[in-house]
Design a protein around this ligand. Sequence first.
Ligand code: SF4
Length: 193
Amino acid sequence: MHKNESVEHLSESGMIGLGWARSGGEATAIFNSDYLAADGIDNVIHVLDQIENGNIPPLDFIELNACTGGCVGGVLTIQNPFIAKARLQTLRKYLPVSRNPIPKGESSYIPELYLFDEIPEYAPITRLSDSIAESMRMMADIQTLKSELPGIDCGACGSPTCRAFAEDVVKKLICVDNCPIKDRHENEGECEK
Ligand code: SF4
């Protein structure tokens, strides 16, 4: 990464802001106890299945973080997520609750950046192909490639798991050589990126 010599001071965080980086932090920030917070992609998928099956209690807020522990466990973070979480807890102790005071005459403070003019459209990002036969073939290729990968989910390739990496390779978004752990071998087909 390039080193930025003049770092612009954009914001200051209080307890709430720092807490956002761990699972449950967003839910805590809304000061409501009727929430569910889950982290880790497998747990998130289980919760979404339960929601789809209508098998959850009534809640006001659901916080789902694909990364283990929340943002502290994100891809390319250099600290162990559990140690990072412990550090955050220590840092939070000495901070005010918030450093974003509500401007005078306003009932809340929502930066313009967070406001949408239009509702975002659904994008079928998990669909492999419009053709079921092609999707089945790609699914089989993903399984085969996944079984050939180290399976340690280290994230060094930029994908959160070896399964996600295999999917991106089969979709020709990245080359199989992007896994620095696996021995170099011939990629299936041409890589477009
Ligand atoms: S770098 Fe290789 S071993 Fe690590 S997550 Fe990516 S595919 Fe898996």
